[in-house]
Design a protein around this ligand. Sequence first.
Ligand code: ADP
Length: 556
Amino acid sequence: SRPEAERRPLTLPPNTSLEKFNDFMQRIADIIGSENATVISSDNELKHESYLDPSKAYDMYHITPKEYFVSSAVVAPKNVPDVQAIMRLCNEFEIPVWPFSIGRNVGYGGAAPRVPGSIGLDMGKNMAKILEVNVDGAFAFVEPGVTFIDLHNYLVENNLREKLWIDVPDLGGGSVIGNTVERGVGYTPYGDHWMMHCGMEVVLPDGTLWRSGMGGLPNPNADPNAPPHEQAANETWGLFNYGFGPYNDGIFTQSSLGIVVKMGIWLMVNPGGYQSYLITLPKDENLHQALEIIRPLRVGMVLQNVPTMRHILLDAAGNRKSYTDSDKPLTDNELDAIAEKLNLGRWNFYGAVYGPPPVREVLLSVIKQSFLQIPGAKYYEPKDMPDNIVLQTRNDTLQGIPSTTELKWVDWLPNGAHLFFSPIAKVSGDDGVAQYQVTRQRCEEAGFDFIGTFVVGMREMHHIVCIVFDRKDPDSRRRAHWLIRTLIDDAAKRGWGEYRTHLSVMDQIADTYSFNDNAQMKLNDKIKAALDPKGIISPGKNGVWPKQYNKEDWKV
Ligand code: ADP
């Protein structure tokens, strides 16, 4: 067979001949070794279908044909100087790279690039060290390949969980860095991952190494002869985010301005006790009253964690066919019947209290009193429902123990894949119910069941609508794509904006953030041009296109 460096990729990078691509790949192999550089040259590379074995090259949950969002090659740097050398090489060849850490960003595009043929920069394969767990300061520093499961296991194996907990998203197989820079969330009191990050080391598009905040101040004990990425950092880097002067960390989230090679994350001190619970609400119309109850409790921190209000079908988690033979979206009566069969509510509220017994008791008594005003509401603890897999899983998730069980609702349809439509909502009965009604109606118009959850942050809710479709059925894909596009417009008209999105609708959502003649995008464009004048990092990411690209050419 031909050497890897001379294979023709399924899709070449833009404006790149095969010859130029081969030269580029040869130079890449000189930096990282050919074993770390894979050309995506055949359909065989596009066969991964499972979260547990994710693709590094294409979007497993594609709504466009699966050959569209595909990288030309996947390259895995071994260390920070490799990343710097790759940035310089990409500038020289003007070839775009799309960094990812693990590629389990499922529902938003996975590892796939926005511009077909970009080089996938696999940051997680060789750079996966837990660099430090600092018990007194309650923080950790990690490299891109460290997953939530890895970090949790490290605490367990080193007998540290008695001191420190991590916060995890629904699924634990993604990376701490990837999830945090995408501003993903978890469910303990530390659920806002970005809020809890502290300290970043970033390779800028020109190859410069930058440390954020207090990391800008050299550690007097650091070896000045060591390369910068190996120099001991300032001891307050993981303790105080802001340092001195403009605070730049935010520009490296949901962005295309740098490659994150190290990050600090605050850990939660083991609170000395924990109790999770489920409150079931029997009727669809209970949602309004429940959200009105949640707002003061959450903002007042009686609800200490990021609780969730989940629709029955998220918890029914399984094969649709086991509930119905109908092809039509389930009716209210059918949904009630499913709830009854599962001994759950139409809406189900999962929360937890943290602290020693007297603290928990007082908080729980307020929580119970508040919610049990709702007619028919019931309170359960995990011991009351040993067979309820969702409650048992939430019991782990809400104390920072990662799992992969939450995947099950994706199997609602055959060849189940999903997209997330995720608008921000006020914590109010009127707003929550309005979002539920608009999104449910559109889901049903598209021929899908509504599956969703309200994730309650400090002062708002991430309303996550899970659009489950059959990835092998072109009509199902088309309807899913129509649905998300339509929902984005519906939402923007009402002043609702999404917090994160799939590759295929990044432009559309960016366009909705249009205040004052698109002032946000104009600033993004200026920063992009200043830091990445050749437009090599993640062109098109979150709707930011370097000047080398005409975004109309990349419409999907
Ligand atoms: P996960 O770790 O959850 O699997 P991904 O690795 O798929 O997440 O990353 C999600 C997104 O986050 C990527 O598409 C990319 O935009 C961004 N990202 C991930 N890792 C990095 C990194 N090390 N540097 C810069 N951006 C990153």
